[in-house]
Design a protein around this ligand. Structure first.
Ligand SMILES: [Zn+2]
Length: 119
């Protein structure tokens, strides 16, 4: 028995460095970037990126606005892609994952809210 960690959702044993529970598919906190937390404005993508890269959120937003102006729409596509693949919280599921779950009929009794709260 080495330093095993446990799933935040179902408390099942996980291997070291696991980012997702093989049993319930819950994303483990600290392993994956997510859009939850303080300081969120639009969809929380800049917040998630900044936290993941260790950059200031304001800097990420400025870089995004510059990228938006320079790329002429490409940055917006990247933003939306990042949103689609980034879960709203550390234990939540990304919008794309929700669609996949819905399509495969795997939507169970999730404890997280169905509708995302937008500030
Ligand atoms: Zn689990």
């Amino acid at each position: 028995m080495d330093s095993a960690k446990h799933c935040v959702a179902c408390a099942m044993d996980l291997r070291e460095g696991a980012t997702r529970c093989p049993h319930c598919q819950a994303i483990q906190p600290g392993a994956v970037m997510h859009r939850g937390g303080e300081g969120r404005t639009l969809l929380g993508v800049c917040l998630a990126l900044g936290r993941q890269l260790g950059l200031d959120v304001a800097l990420v937003r400025v870089l995004f606005v510059i990228a938006l102006a320079v790329s002429g729409g490409t940055a917006l596509g990247v933003y939306l892609l990042l949103w689609a693949f980034t879960p709203p919280s550390a234990v939540g599921k990304a919008p794309v994952q929700r669609v996949v779950d819905w399509l495969t009929g795997a939507v169970g009794s999730s404890s997280e809210p169905k509708v995302e709260r937008r500030v």
